[in-house]
Design a protein around this ligand. Sequence first.
Ligand code: PLP
Length: 404
Amino acid sequence: MERALNEAFQRHVAWTSDAPLGLVVESASGPYLHLANNRKLIDLISGIAVSSLGHGHPEVLEAIRAQVNRHLHVMVYGEFIQRPQAEFASLLAANLPPSLDTVYFTMTGTEANEGALKLAKKFTGRTRIIAFDGSYHGDTHGSLSVTGRSVYRRPFEPLLSDVHFLPFGDIEALEAIDNRTACVITEPIQGEGGVRVPGFKWMRALRKKCTSSGALLIFDEIQTGFGRTGKLFAFEQFDVVPDMLTLAKAMGGGMPLGAFVSSGAIMDTLRRDPPLSHVTTFGGHPVSCAAAVAALRVLLRERLPDRARELERQIRSRLRHRAIVEIRGMGAMLGMQLTSDTLASRFVNACLESGVLVGWTLHSGSLVRIAPPLNIPSTVLHQALTAMLKALDLATQDQSRNHG
Ligand code: PLP
């Protein structure tokens, strides 16, 4: 049975690298992944910042079941009034500033960014897009065009042509934003780029420059959103409101769902000249939206953004080791900078051996990511942290033995 499964994975499922983790998942519940052969992992990466309520939260499952019994897909996005979409959009708007009150649903994060970039071009009538070195916005053509790592863009060029990259966090470089700029897209905290937090002054200067030049400011909160950094949205950490917000990952409570959010006035641009200028079949799938309503209600009721800050305190105070150069990030979106790529890879493997799943980033081999479910019980977190400290001991011993 296991062999047939492995063979199917080897032969028929497309791989994204030569070394996938290849673990067989039987089920998942709360902070745990249950694997074949009775192995169990504590999940400290949450499917990369998705399972903020843990796996299979009962209220999310119940909402999914109820919606499945009502209806699945009924019509392309935007035509019918679908209860879960309307309910989720108004719940989201109630928790955002008044200028972010109109939600366009997608399936994924990269599609949310595609929609936001198109909307900015159409609304401003400009073509230039500014993005930042080290950013990650997704892998479709538009999102890849604004992703700040040339190694990932190069094989797919030519991409969008009028895109310019600035150094992340550099105030002087913001002078490049001018009245030819349609939009500036940034993650408030870069995730895949190595969990990099920009300065408050830079954020304020960015907002000011966008306002004065008429460029729309897009915050990609696909990873930072829904409580992960200790506020419902990371823009609240910087006291800066973007013109557009893109969301996905944790939003659907484990179901695929994305969105770009803006004001009614900006969003109306997509209604006409021509009508239907941006459409999607599955955007805002009713089952995903029903799950999202339940997930957001739980997140707010249980004050999980506050819990993210508490997790950060616990992790920072326990995770001390000579191999850790620094811990970057905010709330439950943290990156442990280790001394080398080899050490990081040994550490991740040693953690796996002892039953803890930690993350890696696409762009930085010596950084190990920690993004636990926000409701992970403290006892489980501490068990994981103890295992991680042991894994660090083991990985550094191996390293010095190999060097000696
Ligand atoms: N933007 C950010 C900041 C992300 O972290 C990701 C995914 O990791 C994306 C966009 C792309 O989202 P998706 O994989 O749902 O297309």
